[in-house]
Design a protein around this ligand. Structure first.
Ligand code: GLN
Length: 265
């Protein structure tokens, strides 16, 4: 009898488990391909909100920019709440790998080096590095950077690129804007930085600074996901494809590109 009771108990557990697994599927809730458990309604994005027009803090303290709106659009479509973790750029990959964040979205360039530690989604943006100098500078291109004082943001592709220049005197800053300020104060001779942030920062100092025409590299921005988090990777890839084809990405870009003054606040 006692045996029967425990058997019945076990059976009821088994039945309820079966009921749970027969519950509404991801498709029924419209949240298909969800990369993290459905009961977790948050998606934590690690970024460095010092990179206009991709991510920056508005005067009211809210996070704004192309990356922020892309993630808001993705979260809206997949029924989750976006949480923005604003940290140093070179802490983003460690934050994703430790699980502190689900993904890194920070105008982050896909590089072979980074691919060793992290997976990247399909690229969603094509960018390039540029050289920013003071007006009238003798620096007119990459060759003129040899032996010069170069300002960069720590851990960026601009940092890697400039570090390879012969005799470069590297000046690393935690924010791109600090490198730009150093340039206006004649503490560095040039800044190597991504094209859109360069536009945003130079617009704030249009009387003093210029961007050299010759681009240094062609790069692709993608989102970083922990290696092995294939479900989230698939979800993000699917959403990137969607926002590219349904016009969402174009609308977001149009809102921020060419509004350098507002973005550089
Ligand atoms: N695209 C550059 C990189 O990935 C800079 C990104 C940034 O500073 N947010 O290194």
């Amino acid at each position: 009898m006692k045996k029967m009771t425990s058997f019945a108990f076990l059976l009821s557990i088994l039945m309820s488990l079966t009921l749970i697994s027969c519950g509404p599927t991801e498709k029924d809730t419209g949240a298909a391909d969800v990369g993290i458990p459905r009961h977790v309604k948050k998606l934590v994005m690690a970024t460095n909100a010092e990179f206009p027009p991709f991510e920056f803090k508005a005067e009211d303290g809210s996070f704004q920019g192309i990356d922020i709106e892309i993630m808001q659009a993705i979260c809206k479509a997949t029924g989750r709440e976006l949480v923005v973790e604003d940290i140093a750029f070179d802490s983003i990959i460690p934050a994703v790998n430790s699980g502190k964040a689900d993904c890194g979205v920070a105008g982050m360039t896909v590089t072979e080096d980074r691919l060793r530690n992290i997976d990247f989604t399909t690229p969603y943006y094509e960018a390039f590095q540029v050289i920013v100098v003071v007006k009238g500078s003798t620096i007119q291109g990459t060759d003129d950077l040899k032996g010069k004082r170069i300002g960069v943001q720590t851990g960026t592709t601009g940092d890697t690129l400039a570090s390879d220049i012969e005799g470069a005197d590297m000046n690393r800053f935690s924010k791109g804007v600090d490198a730009i300020v150093a340039l206006t104060q004649n503490k560095v001779d040039a800044v190597v930085i991504d094209n859109e942030p360069a536009k945003a920062f130079v617009a704030k100092n249009a009387d003093k600074l210029v961007i050299l025409e010759e681009p240094l590299t062609k790069e692709s921005y993608a989102m970083a996901v922990k290696k092995g988090n294939d479900e989230l990777l698939a979800l993000l890839n699917k959403q990137i494809e969607r926002i590219k084809t349904d016009g969402t990405l174009d609308v977001i870009r149009a809102k921020y590109e060419g509004t350098a003054d507002a973005a550089a606040e």
